[in-house]
Design a protein around this ligand. Structure first.
Ligand SMILES: NC(=O)c1ccc[n+]([C@@H]2O[C@H](COP(=O)([O-])OP(=O)(O)OC[C@H]3O[C@@H](n4cnc5c(N)ncnc54)[C@H](O)[C@@H]3O)[C@@H](O)[C@H]2O)c1
Length: 443
């Protein structure tokens, strides 16, 4: 395989312009890049990144490259790649990039193979597909791999497979679903190197998951459908960080928001935040637009499609395309779905209802829109860059566990972001410091 696989290098110029546009909104990452350029904290490290190939990710890649890393980038979702950006990374920054929007599963895993062939010292994942592939290969569990990746791995010697894993000093993980998978690997004692859960940083999930997913998911649904949200019953499945953001933004657009949950605490919070809460069995009958953001499987299932209104719009913004049981809808439908607009597949049920599935059930904010705005990815990717630097310095002393981003890094990112936004805050006086650390003052 050559050292890149992108759709069209001719798009590089446009991709570069959009990267520059995003960079203006990423002051924290810019300041890290300037320091990395001088200090080269990642010098000599091979990094394989499996992330959504967007303008913001491109700026992260350039930052890591300026920090001395030798990078390969592959897509973390078949539908999230921005082809012009992938072209710019190859053509203008000589970063080997393997990502094509709309690639099939075989190509997706052929690209993961390229990331593995890079023999990384460090992995940077979004959803843990790269790390899980690495572990399956090392364990010889080829049946768990996509067949062509499995066939390639089978052809390696035992020594080559083991060495591939031994090379890795540590990794980072971007999203909730990936962190859940990694913690399960840790519990099963198969995690073989330390990983920093970037998602667990406050400056990541409080902002990226909530405000980023909130806004960009609405953006994705609107770009795909041009539907008016005002007055519509908008069902949000999952009231976690992403769900909170999505519900509040949908309400802001005038939708009547219904939340479904399985966690009593989150459900109670949604009630007190002023949303209607009910089981999906009920919501399915009255919803006009549905969006899942749970990280769970078959949240919208056959029984829900059976009672949905004619014309319902169904989308997902959770990490994997398993939240909506599309195969069950296909079985309930006549013929193939119609692509009525880009990213809108219309199924006709046997009783004649039309149900519209957006973006093949993949994260709609990246499928039909551009993902999170750069301003919010500034903090997520500042965490990625600093986590990589931290891992490079400290990997030897870390155990084979999932670690949070050190709180000092988290706080520093918040401070830098406020500074860049021109927002000043108060500083504790000596008197206040003393008061807050004493028990003697009371009523
Ligand atoms: N689209 C994006 O760009 C983007 C960005 C960040 C995270 N994500 C992904 O979105 C998903 C959610 O992330 P999060 O940070 O909000 O996670 P979270 O853990 O904060 O929230 C998930 C919520 O879903 C609820 N839930 C689980 N199963 C459910 C079910 N069957 N019905 C209703 N609710 C259910 C949980 O109780 C929880 O409150 C993950 O897959 C994550 O990786 C996507």
């Amino acid at each position: 395989m050559s050292n890149y696989d992108v759709k069209d290098l001719g798009q590089a110029e446009g991709g570069r312009r959009r990267m520059d546009w995003a960079e203006r909104e990423m002051p924290v990452l810019r300041s890290i890049r300037a320091r990395f350029k001088k200090e080269k904290p990642l010098k000599g490290l091979r990094v394989s990144a499996c992330l959504h190939v967007t303008t913001e990710t491109a700026n992260l890649m350039v930052t890591l490259q300026d920090g001395g890393a030798d990078i390969v980038l592959t897509a973390s979702n078949p539908l999230s790649t921005q082809d012009d950006v992938a072209a710019a990374l190859v053509n203008q920054f000589e970063i080997p990039t393997f990502a094509i929007k709309g690639e099939d599963k075989v190509t997706y895993f052929k690209h993961i193979r390229a990331a593995l062939e890079h023999k990384p010292h460090m992995t940077m994942d979004d959803g843990a597909d790269l790390v899980s592939s690495l572990f399956f290969i090392e364990m010889g569990r080829f049946e768990k791999l996509e067949p062509s990746l499995g066939a390639w791995a089978k052809g390696l010697s035992d020594e080559e497979r083991k060495q591939m894993l031994k090379n890795v000093i540590g990794g980072t993980e971007e999203t909730t679903t990936g962190v859940i998978r990694l913690k399960a690997m840790e519990a099963d004692k198969i995690l073989k190197f330390p990983v920093i859960a970037v998602n667990d940083a406050l400056t990541k999930h409080l902002f990226d998951n909530r405000y980023g997913t909130g806004q960009s998911t609405i953006d994705g649904i609107i770009r795909a459908t041009n539907v008016l949200l005002a007055g519509k019953n908008f069902v949000v499945a999952g009231y976690g960080w992403c769900g909170r953001g999505l519900a509040s933004r949908a309400r802001g657009m005038g939708a009547l928001v219904i939340v479904t949950e399985i966690d009593p605490m989150k459900a109670l919070e949604a009630v007190m935040d002023g949303f209607q809460v009910m089981p999906m069995d009920e919501a399915a009958k009255i919803g006009d637009i549905f969006c899942t953001v749970t990280g769970d499987i078959n949240v919208i299932d056959k029984k829900h499609f059976e009672v949905m209104k004619d014309g319902a719009i169904v989308a997902n913004s959770g990490h994997f395309n398993v939240e909506i049981n599309i195969p069950s809808l296909a079985r309930m439908s006549v013929g193939e779905p119609n692509l009525v607009r880009p990213f809108v597949e219309q199924y006709t049920t046997k009783d004649g209802r039309k149900i519209n599935i957006l973006g093949e059930g993949r994260l709609i904010n990246l499928a039909s829109a551009e993902g999170h705005p750069a301003s919010v990815m500034d903090m997520s990717f500042a965490n990625q860059a600093l986590a990589a630097e931290y891992m490079a310095k400290n990997a030897k002393t870390l155990e084979k566990k999932v670690y949070s981003v050190p709180i000092d890094i988290d706080n520093e990112i918040a401070r830098l972001k406020l500074e860049a936004m021109g927002v000043k805050i108060d500083i504790l006086t000596d008197e206040q410091l003393k008061y807050l650390s004493s028990w003697e003052e009371g009523t």
